[in-house]
Design a protein around this ligand. Sequence first.
Ligand code: ITT
Length: 181
Amino acid sequence: MRKIIFVTGNSHKVKEAGDILSPLGITVEQNNCGYPELQEDELEKIASFGAEWAADKLGTEVMVDDSGLFIRALGGFPGPYSAYVFDTLGNDRILKLMKGDTDRSAVFRCAIGYCVPGEKARVFTGEVMGEISLEGRGNAGFGYDPIFSVGGRTFGEMAEEEKNRLSHRYRALLKFADWLK
Ligand code: ITT
């Protein structure tokens, strides 16, 4: 098993990454040291900067995960500001904001940054198209899971294994694992 330090404050991400990567021979260990999040439009740039910063700080290879929900009717909001918007508005306010919107389409994106100290980061991206549900449904998962639906069911209504077979994170991590091999 290869062990990689995953720098994140979000233990749900660590659980998902562990479940996805362990069958591929990779284990992840959470480190909470954090990293400065650039005010950037692109998740790739945030993940790349964060991975380089954390690798240099810790003196070891690291991975980071920057994710965002891009809602079409809201011009891609909250996108790179998804964490801040989740903490300040939350799912109910977002649903209110979209009241009357018939275009419910949205994309969840994930950028995994990986870096060895002293080197440039590599970034692996994944995305999944879905819809913003009319109301929150399901208690599984975390964050936006109860309002993001794929094929008629929200991530909040799916078992972990099901979300982990089609999520933005799964798609990005698969590319990462392929490259590591
Ligand atoms: P770190 O930056 O410390 O990794 P974070 O939770 O702040 O943790 P992000 O900035 O990547 O991470 O997350 C953006 C927001 O999107 C945040 O509110 C997450 O809870 C949420 N989020 C990320 N991945 C998600 C997923 O798979 N399902 C639902 N919500 C998710």
